[in-house]
Ligand binder design. Structure first.
Ligand SMILES: [Zn+2]
Length: 341
């Protein structure tokens, strides 16, 4: 859409880090800048920090920047270009798109981070050549971005397919951060795996061998972390592997739900837990889906994203380069200046 123009800017607003990239129209990154997402301030602080960072880092290029894409933590009010009551950041409600648009007078196209990521996968990752693509992140939380028949799914406010909150356990053993019971994320996200592990070890009769595990010692000392469990699983620790085997059952159930709901040709997987432990997270999902009797459609390809930790940033560039028409229609804040998308 912006062929013939020279640059776009992509912004990834995460709970901890904000990343900004200046890229050419082929998507190649010319320059990037990373800073901690502000934890104090008012509803304009985050946008103002982004604006001053762009002015400082990319000032020589601004005349040739044709659009700005943003992938941000949610939940969103897309129509207003805002983040509303986000549980994962210190400043819970903040302006995103409007201040940036008013400052630079460029089109600003924003979406939630996983939705942004799947758009990046479509144009710059494994999604090229596919019309039905799902991206799933297994990180601190679990989330997804979904493209069906080349259309990016959004929902009324831009919060469609919060797949981390799919119910995978009707017994509701684990309570989710959202307050729901039995949600996928409550069992298998980086933040919740330790809570689930405490619960499992409380319930299990351990073998002598398992009682000698460093994971059991960490359990007794209330020092369990996801990282510790995966580290010892890689070393073949039987208790760590037993925990992960349980976690994987919920991942497989989550993937079954997603495949049956959206009929994708390909699912790519990212997020820190999956990217750091593909053989313990992604491979068991691939095998589980291959052997599942609960998938009612042709099985999709399932693979780790090649875009790694940059997927939201690259997705933001893709939003700027190839704005999804149904998304643009939702961004009512764009009406405040006359711009040509
Ligand atoms: Zn939930």
């Amino acid at each position: 859409m912006f062929l013939g123009n020279q640059y776009v800017i992509g912004i990834d607003i995460g709970a901890t880090w904000t990343r900004i990239a200046l890229a050419r129209v082929d998507g190649s990154i010319a320059s990037r800048h990373v800073f901690r997402t502000p934890r104090e301030g008012d509803r304009y602080t985050i946008a103002n920090t982004i604006i001053s960072s762009i002015r400082r880092e990319f000032s020589n290029y601004l005349d040739n920047v044709k659009a700005i894409g943003i992938g941000t933590i949610g939940p969103l009010d897309l129509t207003q270009g805002m983040v509303i009551n986000s549980p994962n950041v210190a400043i819970r409600t903040f302006e995103v798109a409007k201040p940036i648009l008013e400052e630079f007078k460029k089109p600003v196209v924003m979406a939630n981070d996983c939705v942004t990521a799947v758009w990046g996968e479509k144009y710059f990752g494994l999604g090229r050549g596919y019309s039905n693509i799902v991206y799933i992140t297994i990180s601190t939380g679990i989330g997804g971005g979904i493209i069906v028949d080349d259309t990016l799914l959004l929902g009324k406010m831009g919060n469609a397919h919060e797949i981390g909150h799919i119910v995978v356990d009707t017994s509701g053993k684990m309570e989710c951060g959202c307050g729901g019971k039995g949600h996928w994320e409550a069992y298998a996200s980086g933040a919740n795996i330790p809570r689930f592990a405490y619960r499992l070890i409380d319930e299990w009769n351990l073998t002598q061998n398992e009682r000698e595990s460093p994971v059991y010692r960490a359990y007794l000392n209330r020092e369990l972390t996801s990282e510790l469990i995966y580290t010892y699983a890689k070393k073949g620790d039987s208790l760590a592997l037993r925990i992960i085997n349980e976690v994987n059952k919920y991942n497989i159930a989550g993937f079954e739900n997603v495949i049956n709901s959206y009929d994708p040709e390909i699912i790519t997987v990212g997020g820190s837990v999956a990217l750091r432990n593909p053989e313990l997270v992604v491979e068991p999902i691939v095998r589980g889906i291959e052997n599942s009797k609960g998938v009612v459609t042709a099985r999709p390809r399932i693979d780790v994203t090649p875009l790694g930790d940059d997927i939201v940033l690259i997705g933001a560039l893709a939003l700027a380069l190839y704005p999804p028409p149904n998304l643009v229609k939702k961004l009512r804040y764009l009406e405040s200046i006359s711009i040509d998308l």
